[in-house]
Design a protein around this ligand. Structure first.
Ligand code: ADP
Ligand code: MG
Length: 704
């Protein structure tokens, strides 16, 4: 805290950060109620209720230099107050201000009676707003104003870097800003420091008290930047500390040592019609090493669609089985669970490994029998949906839990599956390539393996964007492809508000394709309302080549693997998210044939939709796609941070602050390595902040 701008007398700091806001001088119960609507109950809540932005109102423009359309800040003396026009008592108040260069009319909105009472001739006023022409005269329409009182150089609303907060009904910008000023003035100084001095010195970070003051009411841009850097660092450090603790918990825990001779693995390798890619070999070695180690594996396997994750997963399952344990594979949807079931059966059952399915769709006696077999250890590999984490499913000896497409599950579901065994190894697989900054955050508690190489012989998918006018030519192209022996996906968007409408759109499309385009071919329809058996039947027929064109809602999004299907037509491509489009495209290009993805789009696109389609046409690289998607959607949307079970950031921005993230991550790891439970006196503040930030989400038995 610089101290230079502190006004005396008004700043008193009774109580600590937990003080309810109503006891802050100048707030009281009524205003405290208003603040409560913003979720602000205590002094601490308010201190960390950071402005959306700051407006630079430091530069004062002389009246003579004003012209229409400018947004400016000016200062002058009130030379006159116009009376309201006859019969319009509620008209805005118009003042005449004078500065060294001339006069200016200023229009103020808001309660006229109140304004006329506080604004008197001779007073000095700072106003901020836009210069407009009104009846042939210039007037400054003030969005904010402030009296400059004698001897008081403290400005809140104008004439400074002015914070702009998120307002709410009954709590306008001026009032909110004034209340925030009171809290910051009275309490920021007393905010207990959380970072150890040595760390602050090394990273050149300002103190928390100074940072809070600078984040709300900075005097200069440099102060604001330093404040931001400090608070962003805190966001990242507290997250990374929590993640580091979760990790050491895993590596310190006693896990299963699964280190069989590897006969089953060798037999599967021998039976595969291909050899593993270098990337698959590397990743498999990493997983194999984790499984053999005496601590629980906690690893993320990341690989673009078609990079061959499933085979690697199968090797892990076989290793667990040969070591005498069971394996569970959890998928996010029934259709994907079924797809995995089919794949794992094909790969594992010839080796004598029993594979069974557990989903909500498996019911009654069948379900009871299956559960009994799992509990008895007769079924070695269990594939399922989140039904797997239901309490009734009990394993005899769960050694390996594989979670597919983890971005759809939260940290808690992952933990739920882990709890089915005693420290089983956990392998999380995702086909959504994640930019490094995000991976460090979201998967910060996992080791990461990346399949960064596609199996050989894949030709990149040709992607084209077309408008409705080209539909006849597109259909002609589809006919040619089918005539050449290929199969076609036609994907219709899901508009989640109305399943009935979606279904009708897909049904109409299928009917039209059947009657008008492919009268001599089989057109199938796959959608979310079909029962499990009906879905299976269609997929089986498509797989067998008996269905040539498969019209589908987005249920085919992930995991479906039919090499002969080499063309995909996406209807209303502008309605899909970017990652979703990329996942869809991954369904083609799986065989030796040249493959195509045609994006049929509306004539007029929003800017975002246009960028999504451009990105799809420009690249097949999942990592590039993911970066664009992250930019377009922001991390919260991209990953669904709210469901992830991780604490939210107060200020940090993964796109903007990647460098700070790396620093904080290194520091967090060093801190936890040196003082795993943060018990050193120098770490007391950090430990308190950590517990507060993670609330119940981090079970800090060893820290709390
Ligand atoms: P992912 O799950 O990563 O999307 P899959 O495991 O489904 O990818 O593999 C995609 C296709 O590639 C499957 O048909 C699989 O049999 C095949 N495949 C996997 N690994 C290889 C490899 N090393 N060489 C050739 N084909 C492979
Ligand atoms: Mg797969």
């Amino acid at each position: 805290m610089t101290g230079a701008r502190q006004t005396s007398g008004t700043t008193r700091a009774p109580g600590g950060p937990a003080t309810p806001l109503q006891y802050v001088k100048g707030i009281g119960p009524h205003r405290a109620d208003l603040l409560a609507k913003k979720g602000l109950a205590t002094v601490e809540d308010a201190l960390f209720f950071l402005p959306l932005r700051h407006e630079d109102r430091t530069r004062l423009t002389p009246f003579r230099a004003l012209s229409v359309g400018q947004t400016v800040t000016c200062e002058g003396t009130i030379a006159g107050v116009s009376p309201p026009p006859p019969g319009r008592a509620r008209a805005p108040l118009v003042l005449l201000l004078k500065d060294a260069t001339g006069f200016m009319s200023v229009t103020l909105f808001g309660g006229r009676t109140y304004l006329a009472r506080v604004l008197k001739r001779g007073q000095r006023l700072v106003v901020h707003g836009r210069v407009e022409r009104y009846r042939d005269r210039l007037t400054l329409q003030a969005s904010d104003w402030e009296l400059v009182e004698g001897g008081d150089d403290e400005r809140l609303h104008a004439g400074r870097l002015t914070p702009v907060y998120s307002t709410t009904e009954g709590l306008g910008q001026r009032l909110l800003r004034s209340l925030m000023w009171r809290v910051v003035e009275a309490y920021a100084r007393a905010a207990p420091e959380t970072l150890p001095d040595a760390l602050r010195a090394r990273r050149r970070l300002i103190g928390l008290a100074e940072a809070l003051r600078g984040a709300h009411f900075p005097d200069t841009d440099a102060q604001r930047a330093a404040a931001r850097r400090r608070l962003v660092f805190d966001d990242f450090l507290l997250l990374q500390l929590g993640l580091a603790i979760l990790r050491t918990r895993t590596t310190r825990a006693r896990g299963l040592r699964m280190d069989p001779r590897g006969e089953l693995v060798a037999r599967l390798r021998g039976a595969l019609p291909f050899t593993l890619t270098r990337a698959q070999e590397r990743v498999w070695a990493e997983i194999r090493r984790d499984m053999a180690a005496p601590y629980p594996m906690h690893r993320l396997l990341q690989g673009d669609v078609g990079s061959g994750k499933t085979v690697v997963a199968a090797l892990a399952v076989l290793t667990a089985v040969e070591a005498g344990y069971q394996a569970a594979v959890m998928a996010p949807t029934e259709i994907l669970a079924e797809q995995h079931l089919a794949t794992f059966r094909r790969l594992l059952e010839p080796l004598g490994v029993r594979v069974a399915l557990v989903t909500a769709g498996v019911k009654g006696r069948e379900r009871a029998a299956r559960r009994a077999a799992i509990a008895a250890g007769e079924i070695a590999c269990v594939v399922g949906t989140h039904a797997l984490v239901e309490e009734q499913v009990e394993f005899r000896r769960l050694g390996l839990a594989i979670v597919d497409e983890q971005h759809r599950f939260g940290v808690h579901q992952r933990a739920g599956l882990r709890a089915k065994g005693e420290q089983p190894d956990v392998l999380v697989m995702t086909a959504t390539p994640i930019p490094r900054t995000l991976a460090l955050t979201v998967y910060g508690d996992l080791d990461v393996s990346v399949l960064d190489e596609l199996p050989p012989g894949r030709t990149p998918v040709v992607t084209a964007a077309r408008t409705e006018a080209k539909r006849p030519q597109i259909y002609e192209f589809l006919r040619e492809q089918v005539a050449a022996g290929r199969q076609v996906y036609v994907v219709c968007p899901l508009v989640e508000e109305s399943e009935a409408v979606d279904l009708k759109a897909a049904t109409d499309t299928a009917r039209r394709l059947q009657t008008e385009v492919f009268p001599d071919r089989a057109v199938g329809l796959l959608h979310g309302r079909l029962g499990g058996e009906a879905k299976d039947e269609i997929m089986r027929r498509f797989n067998a080549g008996d269905v040539h064109v498969l019209v589908s809602t987005t249920v085919i999004e992930v995991g479906i693997d039919i090499p002969n299907a080499s063309v995909m037509l996406v209807e209303h491509a502008e309605r899909f998210g970017l990652s979703q489009l990329h996942q869809l495209r991954g369904r083609v290009g799986r065989g030796p044939w040249k493959s195509y993805c045609i994006l049929l789009m509306a004539d007029h696109l929003s800017e975002d939709a246009d960028r999504r389609i451009q990105a799809m046409v420009a690249t097949n690289d999942g990592f590039k796609i993911a970066e664009v998607d992250l930019e377009l959607r922001g991390p919260g949307e991209f990953f669904g941070t709210r469901q992830s079970g991780l604490p939210e950031f107060r200020l940090a921005d993964l796109l903007r602050d990647g460098a700070v993230l790396e620093e904080a991550r290194r520091d967090a790891q060093a801190l936890i390595a040196a003082d795993p439970d943060l018990r050193a006196p120098a770490h007391a503040g950090l430990r308190r902040a950590l517990l507060a930030r993670w609330r119940g989400k981090l079970d800090l038995a060893s820290v709390g």
